[in-house]
Design a protein around this ligand. Sequence first.
Ligand code: SF4
Ligand code: SF4
Length: 479
Amino acid sequence: MTATDPTAADPGTQADLRLHVDALAEAGRGAGVFDDHHPPSDELISDCVHCGFCLPTCPTYALWGEEMDSPRGRIYLMKLGKEGAVEMDDTYAQHFDACLGCMACVTACPSGVQYDQLIEAVRPQLERNHRRGLLDRLFRGLIFSLFPYPSRLRVAAVLGELYRRLGLRSLAHRTGAVRLLPRRLQAVEALMPPAKLRHLATRTPAVTPAVGTMRRRVGFLTGCVQRVFFADVNQATVRVLTAEGCEVVAPPTQRCCGALSEHAGREPEALDRARALIDAFAEVEVDTIVANVAGCGSTLKEYGRMLRDDAVYAERAAAFSAKVRDVSELLAELGPVAPRHPIEARVAYHDACHLGHAQGVRSQPREVLGTIPGLQVTDIPEAEICCGSAGIYNLVNPEPAEELGRRKVEHVLSVAPDALATANPGCLLQIRRYWPGDLPMFHPVELLDASIRGVDPVTARGGRGRPSLDARTAEPGTF
Ligand code: SF4
Ligand code: SF4
């Protein structure tokens, strides 16, 4: 299946579209459902010519075959919302809540429809103008009271480790008690990553000098979940950047970049976080700002758009965004100077949606991995379809996320890798949740770091045993 072959899957018909629209329009109230603060633009909506080329790459259309859960259908719903032909009720909101924001449709669209800008306009409208159910509001409140705060995440990590090490987790799974939890809390329980307690006290140094001649002075975004649960990825990033001649500056005052809030339509919160991060990096003079989390990097590149109405920050935000690079982009641009040691392994590379689709960064991670002698980098079938992680999607929409996670795992298994590499912690956790066994998983920069240091990362993480397709019925969370 390719992104540009409209015959690869049934693209739906205009009659289907009309049928769904008529049903929704029955509840129409004759006035636009959006307020005046950046509603989805008529011009962008009218760019869609309803050709259906995007449909085969849309995960929700792939799962359900429903026109209104496709990019084309959602754009049509936006049009109806602007015309006042529908109400902003639960059904209307659900079609947008079901969208993963993976932006595969942006990659696939031959007409250049900017669905990313459209959905990013709709989500804050829903947050402002649609009242969710009480449990939904409480659950989302819990997520946003925890994830953007590394200090609270550290407490959660310690509790999670106690839950594991005291045998409570295995007891809950053995007795089936975990299945008594609501599905969303089951997802939280299953996705909570193991924490290395020694990493909880680790902080990225404010300044790490370049090894040898300095080629670039870079600012480094340490992330929230990343700095708590994936501190080793941050350490590897700093080692690789310095080995390649970068002085790495990590402002200690930096906080959450606002990516999760932005992707969930929590606009005021996202903008406050963006302003604070711009201020934090204003304290240091850097040529480039580096992110090693795909979802965060794509939001940093959007600060210019997000703060376009802010008289004080608009210009600074645009300048900030212009400096942002994913770590693989920077490394590919600089070219290698540090000697590499061979890693004899077959690694499946998973394109994180917010790196591949949202940032268009596909060749650079492969190019960077290609500098490692002996490493065989393999693509995964149906690579354009999201794994179901998508920020908080797998927590708030656990059922479709599970279907997508299992589907991704089958495709990874089909290429029989020794290890998996991807540049987003959410993807690592999602794929690991459904993986039947212990697949060593890496951020690409960890493989580069291992090659520069001369260690075998796959064996070090207990790899070399390849689970077979027969193992794919394993229960979620049994890794
Ligand atoms: S979003 Fe693009 S690919 Fe999809 S139906 Fe519209 S014009 Fe066609
Ligand atoms: S962003 Fe992803 S889930 Fe949403 S409409 Fe586009 S392809 Fe479908």
